[in-house]
Design a protein. Structure first.
Length: 284
C-alpha cells in the first residue's frame, strides 16, 4: 500500500484552495486533500481525498497522520470559526504535522478594526504555541471581490471614506502559497504580507471598474449608521454585520494600506493591479 502524500491541503473545494491544489498538481506535487465530502474533491494527479471537518479533532488527526506540511485555509465565516481553528490546529499538532502554512489577514492584530482580523491573529497565536513550524500568509482584501461590492444599481456603499487598500488578486495569493509549500523549509517562521502593487481607494476602484467593464460603478461613502441600516435587511447575525461594516472602516483607518514586495519575493512576478486583473478576467 502506497503511503499517503506528506503534503496536506485544505479548502480545495473553495476558490483559493482549489487554485493552490491545481497549481501543486501541475508542479508534480502529490497531496492529500482534506475535504468535507470526498465526492466534491477535485480530481488531480497525485491527489488523495481525506474526509474531515475543522471541528472534528479525531478525524483530523487520522487524516493528517504522516503529513509533514499542512496548508490551512481559514474556515468559512461563522460565529464559532475561532473554535474550529483551535480544534484543527490542536489536531494537526497531535498528528505530528511539522509545518503549517496558514492564510491569515493583512494587519491581523488583537485590536484590528476588521473584526475577523482579530480571529486571524488569535489563530496565529494558537499555531505559534503549538510547537509546529509555521508560515503566515497575510492576504490583503481580494481584488476579485471588488466588482462584487457594487449593488444592482452599480453603487459600492460603505464607510471607507478616502481610505486606500493594497488589494491583491487571489491568483497571486495562490502562487505565493505554492512557492512556500514547494519548499517550506525556506519559509519557517516567516510572515508574508500579500498585496497588490498599488494603493487604491474605493472611488478609484469604481472609476477603474467603470472604465474596464463597461458597467457604470460609483462609490457612496456611508456613515456608520447608514452602513448598519442598509445591511439590516439581510437578516444576518450581529457578528456578521460587524464584519461586513468593519471591512470598510478598516480601509478608512488605513489598516489595509501599504503595498509590499512579498508576492514578487515569493513568485518572481509582480502582483496584478486592478486593471491587469480585470483585463485577465475578460480574456478567460
Amino acid at each position: 500500500m502506497t503511503a499517503a502524500p506528506d503534503l496536506a491541503v485544505t479548502g480545495s473545494t473553495g476558490q483559493l484552495g482549489a487554485l493552490v491544489a491545481r497549481l501543486l498538481a501541475q508542479a508534480g506535487s502529490a497531496q492529500r486533500l482534506l475535504v468535507r465530502d470526498a465526492a466534491r474533491a477535485p480530481e488531480l494527479d497525485g491527489a488523495v481525498p481525506f474526509v474531515t471537518t475543522y471541528a472534528d479533532e479525531e478525524r483530523t488527526k487520522a487524516a493528517l497522520l504522516g503529513a509533514k506540511t499542512l496548508f490551512m485555509v481559514s474556515a468559512a465565516e461563522a460565529e464559532d470559526r475561532l473554535q474550529q481553528h483551535y480544534a484543527f490546529v490542536d489536531a494537526a499538532a497531535a498528528a505530528g504535522v511539522q509545518h503549517i502554512v496558514y492564510t491569515s489577514f493583512f494587519g491581523a492584530a488583537p485590536d484590528a478594526t476588521f473584526t475577523l482580523g482579530r480571529d486571524h491573529f488569535a489563530t496565529e497565536e494558537r499555531i505559534k504555541a503549538s510547537g509546529m513550524d509555521y508560515t503566515f500568509l497575510r492576504d490583503n482584501f481580494y481584488l476579485d471581490f471588488l466588482p462584487l461590492l457594487a449593488g444592482e444599481d452599480g453603487v459600492i456603499r460603505g464607510p471607507a471614506g478616502d481610505g486606500v487598500m493594497a488589494a491583491v488578486a487571489r491568483s497571486d495569493v495562490a502562487r505565493s502559497a505554492v512557492a512556500v509549500l514547494r519548499d517550506p523549509a525556506l519559509h519557517v517562521g516567516r510572515t508574508y504580507n500579500l498585496t497588490g502593487p498599488e494603493n487604491i481607494s474605493l472611488t478609484r476602484g469604481a472609476y477603474i471598474l467603470t472604465a474596464r467593464t463597461g458597467r457604470t460603478v460609483s462609490f457612496h461613502n456611508e456613515t456608520l449608521e447608514e452602513a448598519y441600516a442598509s445591511r439590516a435587511s439581510y437578516g444576518a447575525p450581529p457578528w456578521q454585520v460587524d464584519a461586513w461594516v468593519s471591512t470598510y472602516t478598516a480601509i478608512a483607518a488605513g489598516e489595509l494600506a501599504g503595498p509590499t514586495p512579498d508576492v514578487h519575493e515569493l513568485t518572481g512576478r509582480e502582483p496584478l493591479s486592478l486593471e491587469q486583473f480585470l483585463a485577465e478576467a475578460h480574456t478567460l
